[in-house]
Write a protein that binds this ligand. Structure first.
Ligand SMILES: Cc1ncc(COP(=O)(O)O)c(C=O)c1O
Length: 393
């Protein structure tokens, strides 16, 4: 058999599997409770509404033909307008041509890296951070560094940050911290990629301005250094694979050009479905998921308090999908996972989220995919696994 690995491009050689997707398969109990995947609960997808929307589109001959035809690379003009209006409501003065529709926020992240990152360039990230972003930057040959330790003398190719309910820590940045990041991007003369998939999932507290909203307070979006990434994956459904980038036109056009080489355009039918679904705005969908996930967040917060007590440290997130637990130094959460899986609960060890695989005593718990009535039991099992591991190693 041909050994293709000798023929792979540098880019292909640099690609690594997702630390989450490739977590080894431990023997686990059949009724395992999943705190691992950061995916939405499929029972919350607006199935009936989407069926109606697609049915209406496909029943009308003209809209059916258009929804099944090729479309513009930058995305459906109506959906670009809807997204621009959504951004306007969130304090960003922008027009439809400041929006690029993409195959999920993940593609926008990859396109942004293609635009800015050459091999050996530095990319500044929050530590810990989203493994899907680490995968993208490493595939482009970037050197990763902690944004809090930014070296004023070196211009990074890109800064990557989440301001709301960060994946994995669940923590949001204060307005002051947000302003500091925007100032840093201007001072270092680099692009600030703001990944904001969990924005719609705020359970308490007032919404804070996005990095792009702050960046455009005193300058036009064309002068901004922030490129905002949004998605319909958490508010509607990830299988649609529709997300967007919002930023200066020159960047949107360049990313659009690169997008043509990747997949020509976003999916026409998914975009048409979204346009119809969102006739009355995103708010009803946001309200529905907020209510459902708030209940889960509350149950997990109470269960952690009850079953974990002072055995670890965590903060209750104001939104999003995640709790981040820091356990005593001597605990290795990759090993603890073997015990936990046998007892019927899974999570993601914290080292999956750091560029140097540090943080062995941390872990991410997602409350999005487990049924609400199973969450307390999952945390109880995790506490039991912790006790067994702590006593016996
Ligand atoms: C921080 C972050 N960015 C991007 C994505 C990918 O989003 P999309 O489904 O829009 O590609 C995710 C998915 O969970 C995420 O957590």
């Amino acid at each position: 058999m041909t050994d293709w690995s000798n023929h792979f491009s540098q880019h292909a050689r640099r690609a690594i599997p997702s630390a989450i997707r490739s977590l080894s398969e431990f023997p686990r109990a059949t009724d395992s409770i999943p705190f691992g995947p950061g995916e939405p609960d499929a029972s919350l997808f607006p199935v009936a509404l989407m069926r109606e929307a697609l049915d209406a589109i496909l029943t009308d001959e003209t809209s059916a033909r258009s929804a099944l035809q090729y479309g513009p690379s930058e995305g459906d003009p109506m959906l670009r307008r809807l997204v621009a209006e959504h951004m306007n409501k969130r304090g960003v003065a922008c027009a439809p041509d400041n929006i690029l529709l993409t195959n999920g926020a993940q593609q926008a992240l990859n396109l942004a890296s293609e635009v800015f990152v050459d091999p050996d360039d530095t990319v500044l990230v929050q530590v810990p951070t989203y493994p899907g972003a680490l995968q993208v930057f490493l595939a482009h040959g970037a050197r990763l560094a902690d944004v809090t330790k930014a070296d004023a003398a070196t211009r990074p190719a890109l800064i990557y940050a989440m301001a709301n309910f960060q994946n994995p820590t669940g923590i949001s940045l204060s307005v002051e911290q947000r302003r500091e990041l925007v100032t840093l991007a201007h001072r270092l003369d680099t692009v600030l990629v703001e990944d904001d998939p969990y924005e719609v999932l705020r359970f308490d507290g007032d919404a804070l301005p996005s990095l792009l909203a702050l960046d455009t307070e005193t300058r036009s979006i064309e002068e901004a250094h922030t490129l905002y990434l949004g998605t319909f994956s958490k508010s509607v459904a990830p299988g649609l694979r529709v997300g967007w980038a919002a930023g200066p036109r020159v960047l949107i056009e360049k990313m659009g050009l690169l997008k043509q080489t990747e997949d020509l355009q976003p999916n026409s039918l998914a975009q048409a479905g979204l346009v119809r679904l969102l006739e009355h705005g995103l708010e009803p969908f946001a309200a529905r998921v907020q209510a459902a996930y708030r209940i889960r967040r509350d149950i997990m917060a109470e269960a952690l308090r009850q079953h974990f007590g002072n055995r670890g440290a965590w903060r209750v997130p104001q939104g999003g999908f995640f709790f981040w637990l820091t356990l005593p130094e001597h605990i290795d959460t990759a090993k603890l996972l073997e015990h936990a899986a046998k007892l019927g609960v899974t999570y993601v060890p914290g080292a999956a989220f750091t560029p140097d695989r540090s943080g062995a005593n941390t872990l991410r718990l997602s409350f999005s995919a487990a049924a609400p009535e199973r969450i307390a039991e999952g945390v109880r099992r995790l506490a039991r696994a912790f006790d067994e591991y702590d006593q016996n190693g």
